[in-house]
Design a protein around this ligand. Sequence first.
Ligand code: PMV
Length: 325
Amino acid sequence: MKKATAQASSDVALIKYWGKKDETLRLPENSSVSIILEGLNTTTTVEFGPSLTHDVIKIQGESDEQEIRRVVKHLDRIRMLAKTHCFAKVESENIFPKCTGLSSSGSGFAALTIAATNALGLHLSQCELSILARQGSGTACRCICEGFVEWKVGDSDQSHAETIFPSHYWDIRDVVATVDIGNKKVSSTEGHKTASTSPFFTTRLGSIPKKIEMLKKYIKNRDFIKFGELVEAEALEFHSILLTSTPSLIAWYPGTIDVINLVKEMRNQGIKAYFTINTGFNVHVLTLPRYESSVVEILFRSSFVRDIIRAKVGKGPHITSSHLF
Ligand code: PMV
């Protein structure tokens, strides 16, 4: 049987997906908008073999039981579509740290979906791939797409993401400051479940459609200041939901707050930069190409910043001819 390898990029949510209407189908409580990040990539090779007696899965050279269960479940969905019972060998590598708030499950399940369907000779449309990837990880449905992406809230199991602006539309840079290593303390899977316990959650849901409308307008007009102000305010609102949920979820580390203050300081110096943060402690600093090197230089002044990953708006996933095994 054919071996296939896919590369997919992670994304950063500008308007965050938080809370699920349906846990099993992974239907979101709200629409979300993100940017695909070329530079935060996952490569996955899949080969189905009639002689295998079980799935053999390695992620970053490791076989974590919980992760394997989730991957096997996703392979089962794909096997069902292809009407096969063959087991698979899967290897996956990220060029960025996983479980630190950089959406590695998004790029991981997008790459797995594309590699596995390709290996089984399934010809799916981008919409079908997005629907399928969503069932492995919500954010993965966005990582099937290119550029600026919207995942519209919907009640049906057909919920999927679409590109709203291609990658070449606007050259935005994401300078990711990693401030710690090790796994994040706030799991998104658990956090989605408690989102609605925040007294502010309903208010947030009510304000999302207008926010998305405004964000799309700012992207269309390439208005970086309005774009950045909205994205930063959204990140803080999202974290206020985490802080006020029961149990409360505190994702930030001291380094996270140091970087937030540095970004504010950059703006005082005329450098246009804005932050956003997911459920981890690492910080995405969004900026324009002409400010990128200054942003990097200033971030490295923080004694908390261990590493920096530079990303730009990505073209989305593709099949590659170099395999991991
Ligand atoms: O796909 P999950 O379950 O890892 O959820 C991700 C949620 C956020 O990263 C916080 C927001 C988002 O839209 O990416």
